[in-house]
Every structure is written in C-alpha cells, then in structure tokens.
Design a protein around this ligand. Structure first.
Ligand code: SAH
Length: 774
C-alpha cells in the first residue's frame, strides 16, 4: 500500500514528458537499447513525499528497488502521477561494482561501495522495496567500510558507460539532500580552463614541474618515448627515470637511445621484490641511522656515481679477495640455485668492472658499512622508485596467453595462465608504488578473450585501488601512420588528479573495428554521423618509406647513407633529429640511416618472391600453376606440370593452398604504395602476411617497420635482426603514445574538460618542439 503526500499542485501542472520507462525497475545498464520504444507519460502532478508500506519516502531518499532479476539501488528524484492515475517515481541509479563493466571481476570489491551515475528513468512506485542509507564519502579517504560511518552503502566515484569510465564525482553538485524534483540529468560541470597549447613553437622557459615515469615491460621504449614527446607538447617535462624489461636486447636498445634512464634487465616479478627490499633498506639505513626524513630524493644518475664514494674506502691486506664497493642491486637467483634473494654487485679490490660479481646479501654481512653507503647514495640518486615518488607508471604487460595469434591459450582460467600473470604483477606494482597516473596498453583480445575477463580484471584492480579509470580502443592509423593496429589503453589517475582523456584522431583513416558489442562505446573516434571535423589525409605506405634506399634480401649493413632527400611531410618529420623531436640534449644531425636491413629469406622463398610481379595486389596466386575458383578458393592446376625449385620443392608451396581454406591472398603478398597495413607484427613472415616490399624482392626492413610504427629514424635497435623486428612489432606506435602523452600532460595540469575525448592541436602529428634553455 502506498500513499502520496505533499502534492506539488501548481508548479508543474500537467505536462507531457518523454520518459524512459523501465517497468519493474530494471536498471539502466542497457538503457540505450530501449530508447526507441519509450512511451510518453502524461504527467498529472508531482509529489514531494510518498508513504510506502508504512514508511515515508522523501525526494532525495535512496531506496532498494525491485528489478527483473535482482534488486537495485537508486535515489528518488521525483514522485508523480500520470493522467492514467498510475504512480511513478523517477530514479537516479547507483551501480553495484558487479553491475558495471567489471562484472564478476569485481568480486573482491567492498560490497558496500557503489558508484554514482547520472542515468535516470521512471518506474512504477510499487517497485520501491525499502529505504537505504547511502552516503557520499570523500574520495581522499583511504576507504574501507570500517573507517566510515555506518551506512548501508557508500559512494565516492561516478560510473559512466562511455569509455567504461570511473571518475571523481561531478563537482558543483552536492549530490546529497536533493529535495527538489530534478527534471534534467545533472551533468558534471568542470570548466574548460584552457585552450589547446600551440605547437611548432619555441618555448623559452624551463618546463613545468617534472613528472617522473617508470616504464614496466618497456621493450625498446616506444610507449614511454612517445609519452614524453607528447607531454612536452603540453608543456610538461615527463621524464622516464626507470625502465625494466626481461629481454636483454630490448634493454640494449633502450640504452642506445636513452642515456638518462636507469634500465633494469629483469623480470617484473623480481623488480617488485626488489622495490620492497629497497624500501626496507632505505628505512633502515636512511631514516633510522641517519635520521633523514623519508622525503623524495633528488635526481637519478648512474650507479657508478652512486657507488663512487665506496671505491676509495678499503685497503687490501693479504691475498684475500676484498670488497672494494657495491655498485648495483637486484633481486633474483644469483647462482642459479633456485634460491631467490637480494643481491649486490660487488667491485673487488684490484679488479675492474668486468670482474664485478653478483653476491647474495647474506654473504656480505661483514660489509654493513658498504651496504649503508650504497643505500644512502642510492637513495639520494633515486636509483629505484619508492612508494609515492613515481608520478606515472606505463607499461604493456605481455599477453601471449591471449594473443589472437597464439593458438595455445588457456580459456577456462585466463588469469592463472602463467603467460597472463604479468597483468597481475603490473597491477601489484601499481598498488605498491601508488603513482599519480597509470597507462596500461594491451591487445584487443584483452576485451575479447574469455568474455573480456582480463580487461575487466585490469579495470577492476585500478578501481579497487581507488584509481579513477577509463578504457579506450585506439587505432594507430588515426594518428598518421599507414597501419591500422588496434590497441586497448587503460588510464588510471589518483582521486587527487584529473583523469586523462583519450586523444581524438587526427587523420582520416577508415578502420574496420570489430570490438565486442559491449565495448563499442570504448572506441576512440568521432561519432559516426556527426559532422566530421577537418582531418588530415591518411598516410600510406609510400608516404612513409618511398625515400629509403633500395636494399636487397641479403643486405647486412647496420648503417648506410640516405640516398635522397625526404619526399613527404612524414619523411621529413621521421628524419628530424632528437633535438627537434623531444628536446633531448643531442643537437647533431643524424645523417646515417640505421637498421635498414631485412630478415633474409631462404633460397626457396627468395626465388618465389622474385617471381611475384611488382604491382598492387600481387601474391602467390600470380605464380605458375595456381587456379582460382569462382568461390575464391585456390587449387593447384593439375593439368600443368608442377613447377619445381632447384631444391626440388614446388614453386607454390602446399601451405599456400591450405592457408585460410585456400581463400587467403596473403601468402607472398606484396604491399603497395597506396596501402595501409593491418598491423606490424613481431616477425615478417611472408608465408602468412603481406610483408613484401612493393618493388624490391624482400620483406620490409627493420627500419621500414620502425617507420610504420612511427619511430624516428634516429631511434636505433639492438640485437639480432629477428629481435629488432620483435621490439618494433611489440611497441606501442610512437605517434599514439605521443598523443596519449599530450592528454596526460594536459590532465596533470588540470587543463581538461569533463569530456572523455580531447582534440589534439592542429598539425600535432608532425609537430616538433625546439627549446632554448634559460
Ligand atoms: N611497451 C613496449 C613494448 C612492450 S612488449 C613498447 O612500447 O616498446 C612486452 C615486453 O615485455 C617485451 O619486451 C618482453 O621482453 C617483456 N617481458 C615479458 N615478460 C616479462 C617479465 N616477466 N618481466 C619483465 N618484462 C617482461
């Protein structure tokens, strides 16, 4: 039984409102699907209170509301009666964690935490079950349900379906004690405080405060390099201080290009252990013994310097090996015994750096002074991040367990698959260091595989750690590359910060997106149907590589001269010097072309490739003895004698006929100048991908692939040719990272509006910054 109280007779009178009607109080998670059939409710009058089952409900009260299959939580915004004498209420919904896109991956969240949303609709009054006490808590609190006053539920963040966003509550809206009917959805109000920053300019100032960054799973550094470039365009000096990667060649590449980063060749798991030990050592030696406050140390610099004081320290007596100093620290298994632990790299008296050895800390019990000295110096030089002194963590945890290219994947419990465990480790490091901002990158399968559970897990971890977060799907081609390459990015930002936006495309690329329907609202693009803005023309293969000198399948030089000047805007930009691009200290012109050598095809494949005509669309179907049926399926022409290679194997190999049920045109396919590649992968396999140069009989060189990923020509790669391709193919395309870096820089300065997407400044893709220091 219910009674209406406090009728508002004259203020609104009879009005017609177009309302969403969800009988039985079905929450609005799938609201958009129903908008088409919204009935029009003819409202007779409004009320300020209602008595339901003996309990008086006021406007602004929260209630448990009956849904189709479950109960929901909402705030009552209006009570009204229709001309048909039906009693309704308008409700603004809250989301329980598992009602959001996190779904069952939110199972470890506090059951009392719910999320504010601006989604509202109308329901029959009979759906109200009971009153609930829901309170807003300050996002600054380190929340757990015991630290807040008793309530049924609490909320500190808003959830929006666009880009699966969790963010601070809208400002300027008290959200509580709302006693008057609200006839429109309250929008979050955040003034746009600045217009975009101009590019191609000379900035005669030192940059805004430095932001420090840790790049985990850094690879050759595509992501952090681009982020720093982009942040500089927003006026922020984002500096990669530390980078870790388990692969030694990737670390070598990082060293080749970045002299100021502390690069650690270790696994992320060991790195996390190292961080924990390091904090303990700093507490022990820096705070307890020197009584120094545990405040942010100063600048990172190389370890040799950090340990230099130690070198003058000890005298040798007798023949015993004597420790001269400690020069590095790591966590791991020193002697391969399987026993993990903290280790120091020891410089022995009378020996040089090449004879340094890793020694477990247990064996250095006589060297307490040296350990103390190392820790105090290391703390001062900031050789390792401590909780709270990293501003940004970026990383692309590897995902071999889910990659679409990998057939051996664990479908039932993807997170227990060792190959996906790095997602957990990445989040554990974030949890430990608590950076202001997080950016995680991954392949599309993170949203596809096992109904997107890995992506949901990543988001859930961020939100659980009290980060604001959002998820976007980005196509590299949209930022000025001849490559589609879809990737997923997760932003995280502490509640004290602004949540970065996603950068809208700058280039006109038609991308074939096939995200799972649930993640369609995560695509970073202009609205279809909306007036498209002036975008730059798409960049094609020719724009990117036509100026490079011809090389053969057998090219083995790592460095060579350019044979001609750049021909396109892309080529001019990609050849610009480090100094132009990112205000690095180097000013010398780089006139040498590096890494322009291809993976060498074996004899059989080389002969086959030489037979593929140099024209658009050419592939193995152009070889002798292939028939293409009406159904587009290829088969061998049995009327002709099979053409054999000198090795005795057939000119057209068997796998070309069976690949993708004979329908593929990719085996031995040439690219063409006016084309966009799907994705640069980690190995240029001409048996299954279109990777042949348009007019030369070889696969694309490492440099050509690097250009398609937007690496500037001065960015070099280390390791075998195969490893270099891997580093390039694994990387976040530099222009994408640059665009994201701009968004990060703007957010860190609070120069953003409430929209999830941001427009990049004009000509951003080819913009460079020259800096004259003051
Ligand atoms: N973000 C990088 C690419 C990362 S690819 C860029 O933009 O260039 C993933 C990287 O993770 C690879 O370089 C691989 O060597 C590294 N990796 C794989 N397993 C790892 C582990 N357990 N710990 C640290 N690095 C790991």
């Amino acid at each position: 039984m219910y009674l209406k109280l406090g009728r508002i007779a004259s203020s609104l009178g009879t009005r017609f409102l177009r309302k969403r009607l969800f009988r039985n109080g079905a929450a609005a998670t799938n609201s958009s699907a129903r908008e088409e059939n919204e009935p029009t409710l003819e409202v007779k009058c409004h009320y300020t209170q209602a008595e339901i089952n003996g309990c008086i409900f006021h406007l602004g009260d929260c209630a448990l509301i009956r849904g189709e299959n479950q109960k929901h939580i909402g705030r009552i915004i209006e009570f009204f009666e229709t001309m048909d004498r039906e009693d309704y209420f308008r409700v603004q919904w809250f989301y329980k964690p598992e009602d959001t896109v996190m779904k069952e991956e939110a199972s470890f969240h506090d059951k009392k935490r719910i999320f504010y949303s601006s989604i509202m609709n109308d329901n029959l009054l009979a759906c109200i079950i009971s009153k609930l006490n829901v309170i807003q808590v300050s996002h600054q609190l380190n929340m757990n349900s015991s630290s807040i006053e008793p309530s049924d539920f609490y909320y500190d963040m808003e959830y929006c379906l666009e880009y699966s966003t969790f963010r601070n509550l809208p400002r300027g809206d008290s959200l509580e004690g709302c006693k008057l009917p609200s006839l429109s959805c309250p929008e979050s109000i955040l003034p746009l405080t600045s217009s975009p920053v101009a590019v191609n300019r000379t900035i005669c100032k030192t940059y805004n405060p430095e932001l420090t960054m840790l790049d985990i799973y850094a690879g050759c550094g595509g992501m952090s390099t681009g982020l720093c470039m982009g942040a500089k365009h927003s006026g922020i000096n984002l500096v990669t201080r530390w980078a870790i990667d388990a692969d030694s060649s990737a670390c070598e590449s990082l060293r080749l290009n970045h002299s100021n980063i502390r690069i650690m060749n270790e696994t992320a798991d060991d790195f996390l252990e190292l961080l924990k030990h390091w904090e303990r050592l700093c507490k022990k030696y820096v705070i307890e013994e020197t009584h120094q406050p545990f405040s942010s140390p100063q600048k990172v610099s190389d370890l040799a310097e950090a340990s230099s004081d130690a070198q003058s320290n000890s005298d040798t007596e007798g023949d015993e090996l004597e420790v001269l100093g400690l020069v590095d620290i790591r966590y791991g298994d020193a002697d391969g015994s399987g026993k993990e632990g903290l280790q120091f790299k020891v410089r022995w008296k009378g020996f040089g750096p090449s004879e340094d050895t890793w020694e477990p800390i247990d064996g250095l019990s006589n060297c307490q002074d040296l350990i103390q000295e190392f820790v105090i110096n290391g703390f001062k030089k900031n050789i390792l991040p401590l909780p709270g002194n990293v501003d940004v963590i970026c990383g692309g945890p590897p995902c071999q367990g889910i990659s679409g290219y990998n057939r051996f994947r664990s479908v039932d419990a993807p997170l227990t698959d060792e190959r996906n465990r790095q997602l957990v480790v990445f989040m554990d490091i974030v949890e430990y260091l608590k950076p202001k901002f997080v950016l995680m990158e991954n392949v599309m399968d993170i949203l596809r595989f096992d109904k997107g559970s890995l992506g949901r897990y990543a988001l859930s971890r961020l939100v659980h750690m009290n980060y604001q977060a959002r998820v976007g799907i980005i196509a590299a081609g949209s930022y000025g590359l001849p490559q589609f390459r879809l990737r997923v990015f997760f932003w995280g930002a502490l509640p004290s910060e602004e949540l970065p936006q996603f950068p809208l495309p700058t280039h006109d690329v038609v991308v074939r997106y096939y995200p799972p329907s649930e993640f369609e609202r995560n695509i970073v693009a202009y609205d279809e149907g909306a007036q498209p803005p002036e975008l730059e023309d798409a960049v094609f293969l020719g724009d990117a590589i036509s100026d490079l000198p011809a090389v053969t399948n057998y090219e083995s030089l790592d460095a060579m001269p350019y044979s001609r000047p750049p021909e396109t805007e892309f080529q001019k930009y990609i050849r610009s010097t480090k100094y132009d691009m990112c205000n690095s200290a180097s000013t010398e012109e780089e006139a040498v072309l590096y890494d322009h050598r291809p993976h060498q095809l074996f004899e059989d494949d080389y002969i086959r490739v030489c037979q593929i005509p140099q024209r658009k669309g050419a592939n193995f179907r152009d070889l002798p003895g292939v028939i293409v049926g009406d159904d587009n399926v290829v088969r061998r022409d049995l009327t002709q004698e099979t053409v054999l290679l000198p090795s005795g194997r057939p000119m057209v190999p068997e796998y070309a006929f069976t690949f993708e049920q004979g329908k593929s045109k990719r085996p031995f396919a040439r690219l063409w100048w006016d084309e966009t590649m799907p994705t640069i992968v980690t190995y240029p396999n001409c048996h299954s991908q279109a990777v042949l140069h348009p007019e030369q009989d070889r696969v694309l060189s490492v440099r050509e692939c690097a250009r398609l990923q937007g690496f500037p020509d001065n960015y070099r790669f280390s390791g075998t040719v195969k490893k270099r391709y891997r580093q390039v193919g694994n990387a976040v395309a530099v222009p994408v990272a640059k665009a994201l870096g701009y968004a990060l820089g703007m957010a860190s300065q609070r120069l953003i509006d409430k929209e999830p997407l941001l427009t990049l400044p004009p000509k951003f893709a080819y913009s460079t910054i020259s800096v004259c220091d003051v």
